[in-house]
Design a protein around this ligand. Structure first.
Ligand SMILES: Cc1cc2nc3c(=O)[nH]c(=O)nc-3n(C[C@H](O)[C@H](O)[C@H](O)COP(=O)(O)OP(=O)(O)OC[C@H]3O[C@@H](n4cnc5c(N)ncnc54)[C@H](O)[C@@H]3O)c2cc1C
Length: 408
């Protein structure tokens, strides 16, 4: 018997004006779907996850189709501050307590490897997305103080992940920051997420993929022989379907350990005043709610955080001013002397998982259907990992790391 379920309810994913709204982006032309089609693999979603997926799968399959009800990269991807970090939201010491040290260390190392591969791939493919390599400074906060961070740094070093623990005195001397400690590590990066997603889709198209938008997928039917999607009056018949629908999650999907929350961000005009070391170092902290910051290609200061545990577009919109004031206040407190003036303030839905890891797995009860739920602060890296694991999953030969990212 074929399994059928309704698809993803549409949400207001973002509010306010993100810093990428004013960045110059080359257009990516799309077409409406005017007839029913057949393909090898259909990818639903043309955000950063769909972009990585299309880029990877169009190297393995002749006929890949990408569908989106919005223009490419106009969902959550447009809200991302695009810190490309291998550091998982859940510290290695804590994740070891949750899933055991061997698996936790494997997840952290996989994240590190995939981040380096992502950076190398963007360079090799020459995707113009303002890529900049960065160090990452993880500050002590209300969730973990200097002593906890020292233990975390030792645990990472033992796992083979190079990092340096900075005590309070060293942190103050090098960065002028008054906290009880920090971990400094290399191997992070920043980018323009809209340019990156569209660049990946453009490359995928160069490899033969077809992109249809706007195209709203309203139904899916999966059988042992393949998958049939419904979009308006047309059908898309495929051997496999990969759902990269972000925080518009398919109805009926298992949701254990997954929560959709809200997150805020703000940016200054170009050529902002900030310490020069921020141009090669991104900053985040072991706090709830947390603060993080990076700089942009035009020397904007981009700051985010203030997460709240509810997914409400009206709450996000109603608190934009308040949250942006809090972000400015926290920035001033962290870096005394700074007076950030925001020109862009925005908020969006954000996904979290109990262990900080994504779900990259087959959809239960739906043969040939797979999903990517890159929940967590490093959604972009998880999209990359998903695109690396998916060819094996589609062939029924999952790589060893795939077991780390199954439905819990
Ligand atoms: C303020 C903020 C800051 C963030 N900062 C970072 C950061 O620094 N680093 C980081 O890695 N992540 C960050 N994130 C998270 C990041 O934005 C997400 O992980 C990422 O954008 C998710 O990408 P996606 O492609 O899965 O989703 P999306 O970009 O939302 O793409 C999914 C697409 O699927 C389409 N779709 C859904 N259902 C259907 C359907 N039925 N038919 C057709 N199309 C459909 C949607 O239209 C959408 O375009 C941040 C998020 C917020 C809100």
């Amino acid at each position: 018997m074929p399994a059928t379920i309704a698809l993803t309810p549409k949400k207001l994913l973002r509010t306010g004006r993100s810093v990428w709204a004013d960045a110059p982006h080359p257009q990516l032309s799309t077409h409406a779907l005017k007839k029913s089609i057949r393909c090898d693999v259909v990818i639903v979603g043309a955000g950063i996850s769909g972009g990585f997926m299309a880029h990877a799968l169009s190297r393995h399959y002749d006929d890949v189709v990408v569908l989106d009800r919005r223009a490419p990269a106009m969902g959550s991807t447009h809200a991302s501050t695009a810190m490309l970090q291998f550091e998982i939201d859940t510290p290695l010491t804590q994740l070891s307590g949750q899933i055991g040290h061997p698996k936790a260390a494997r997840a952290w190392k996989r994240s590190f490897r995939s981040t380096q591969q992502l950076i190398a791939m963007i360079r090799a493919e020459k995707i113009p997305c303002s890529l900049g390599e960065r160090a990452a400074l993880y500050l002590a906060g209300n969730e973990m103080g200097g002593r906890g961070l020292k233990a975390e740094a030792s645990s990472r070093s033992r796992a083979g992940l190079e990092c340096e623990f900075l005590d309070a005195r060293t942190l103050a001397a090098r960065y002028g920051i008054a906290r009880t400690g920090a971990i400094l590590s290399g191997g992070a990066a920043v980018a323009d997420p809209v340019a990156l997603a569209r660049g990946l889709l453009r490359k995928a198209r160069g490899q033969g993929a077809r992109l249809y938008a706007p195209c709203n997928v309203t139904g899916v039917m999966a059988t042992r022989r393949g998958v049939m999607l419904k979009a308006g009056d047309h059908f898309i018949e495929a051997r496999h379907a990969v759902f990269c629908t972000g925080y518009e999650v398919m109805k009926g999907m298992p949701s254990k350990g997954l929560t959709i929350t809200s997150s805020w961000a703000a940016a200054t005009a170009p050529h902002a005043d900030y310490p020069h070391w921020l141009d090669h170092t991104l900053v985040w902290e072991a706090s709830t709610p947390y603060l993080y910051m990076r700089t942009g290609a035009q020397r904007q200061l981009i700051v985010g955080g203030e997460d709240a545990q509810l997914d409400s577009p009206s709450y996000r919109a109603g608190t934009l001013t308040l949250k942006s004031r809090k972000l400015a206040e926290k920035t001033r407190r962290l870096l005394p002397g700074l007076q950030p003036r925001w020109t862009h303030v925005w908020a969006g839905a954000f996904g979290e998982s109990d262990d900080g890891l994504p779900v990259i797995d087959a959809v239960p009860g739906m043969p040939h259907c797979f999903t990517v739920m890159g929940f967590g602060g490093n959604g972009t890296i998880y999209s990359m990992i998903a695109s690396q694991l998916m060819p094996g999953l589609l062939k029924g030969r999952p790589a060893r790391d795939a077991e780390l990212f199954r439905f819990r």
